[in-house]
Design a protein around this ligand. Sequence first.
Ligand code: PMV
Length: 319
Amino acid sequence: MTRALAHPNIALVKYWGKQNKTGNMPATPNLSITLSELTAVTTINDSDRFRFQLNGQQVNDPKVSALIATMTDTFSLPPLQIDSTNNFPTSAGLASSAAGFAALVTGIDAHCHLGMDAALRSEWARRGSASAARSICGGFVALVPPDWQAQSLAPTNHWPLEVVVAVTSHDAKAVSSSEGMERSRLTSPFYNQWLRSAGDDYAEAALAIATRDFEKLATVAELSCLKMHSLMLTSSPTLSYWTPASVACMDRIRELRNHGEAVFFTVDAGPQIKAVCLPESRVTVAKALSEVPGVLEILSCSLGEGARIIDDEEPLTGR
Ligand code: PMV
């Protein structure tokens, strides 16, 4: 039996749209922070046939089955029983698939003695879900050409950012990220402009992280997020992952920043708002967002480490 743990990551420069090639590669460079506290734990056991359980339920997940089929062919894997458990809402814009695939590949690599390095695990995780490539690494993480294997930009202790998550719905999303981004690629009139500006946004954010320039990071991260949601809104049929409370939280975060708090928002393909802040602003931000009508729950995270093997004693919420 082998157990692997991975955390979700939150993109500060987003990708939305893939290259028209095999390998599940994003169309644009992107970067993220890996969170602690939220975890996907995957247990791998030998079995008589392939089985996959998510949060205790036997499920048939086509992406998991496809990845396992390709890995089985490539590495002559034996049949495996895979059990994955998240300690946070699944498929609701909290990057559960990123954490899940990173833990899955890390667990299979160790259980089957495949001897992969982090770059290769990142490549295999990317085949499951492109954002999962980034959860292999901790801290500040880049996913860029030509290899599209995630690389560490800086470790967790480079800059102790905190993330306050305002959960505004527990429902699984109606349109998956893969389907949504393909719809935007094919139909949004802004898609080509998005491709053209992503490199500059990436460079600006990487520099802001290297120099710990919070204002610069806040500006470019909110812009990247809103450009991505503009692609969604201008897709045909339109896509909107927000609830009224998501919009209210973004307004509240702008007000907080105008009043001197070091905080900005980012939102993925879901209704949850992630408020990225400096440690001194965390309590104020968490309290303010908890008071926004429609906010169901507040989660607080700091930066976490990359995917790893854990033993039975290790606490599942550890960094
Ligand atoms: O790779 P996926 O299918 O998990 O899609 C991720 C898309 C976003 O989270 C919205 C953006 C990103 O860069 O993570």
